[in-house]
Design a protein around this ligand. Sequence first.
Ligand code: DX5
Ligand code: ZN
Length: 221
Amino acid sequence: MLTSFVSPSMMCVDYRRFAETLRTFEEAGVELLHVDVMDGVFVKNYTLGTDFCRNLRKMTSIPLDLHLMITEPEWKIPWFDVQPGEWVSVHAEATGHLQRALAAIRSAGGKPVCALNPATPLDVLDYVLDDIDAVLLMTVNPGFAGQKLIPATLRKIADCRRYLDERGGGGIRIETDGNVSFENAVKMRAAGADTFVAGSSSVFRGEDLRSNIEHLRRCVT
Ligand code: DX5
Ligand code: ZN
């Protein structure tokens, strides 16, 4: 089983404690910082954008995990000034040119990730397995924090792990996003997920971020 990574969701940060929160994440050794980018079209919300990413990079050395919930991402990758080692996920549903989008991420030096909404079948990955380092499985419909897990997505995680392993993709990671509570994280890990987006259901629940991270780590180790 791949070692587990924790990726706190930056849309859930209390801005009054922004710098302090980043220090806590660094001290706790979180592997990634999940940045939700929404364009109001692919999902009915706006969140973080290119300036946020630029400024965040000045404040921390933790690699960003950009989750692009935007239409036609293949043309917009250069806007994000992707840095080596950063993860960038694009939704299969957001483009007719999925391979082009993933290849653009790779050539910008990032780690390409294919994101799938809960109802999207795994076979969209059939011809892009060489183009991805991870799959991001949405465990809620994207757009908003604070939603409830869609139970069928637990089965999808297990199906995805098997699908990848059977096709020589044992090194391709599976990230889960949406209602990754402590309780759900245990189930997701058991199903084969290895990278956990931590939002209002876990790390940002209450005040003590440090102990929440440690709790989440215990759930997924
Ligand atoms: C959207 C976000 C949210 C959120 C996750 O892609 O990544 O899913 O911050 O946290 P929860 O679901 O726990 O609020
Ligand atoms: Zn996300």
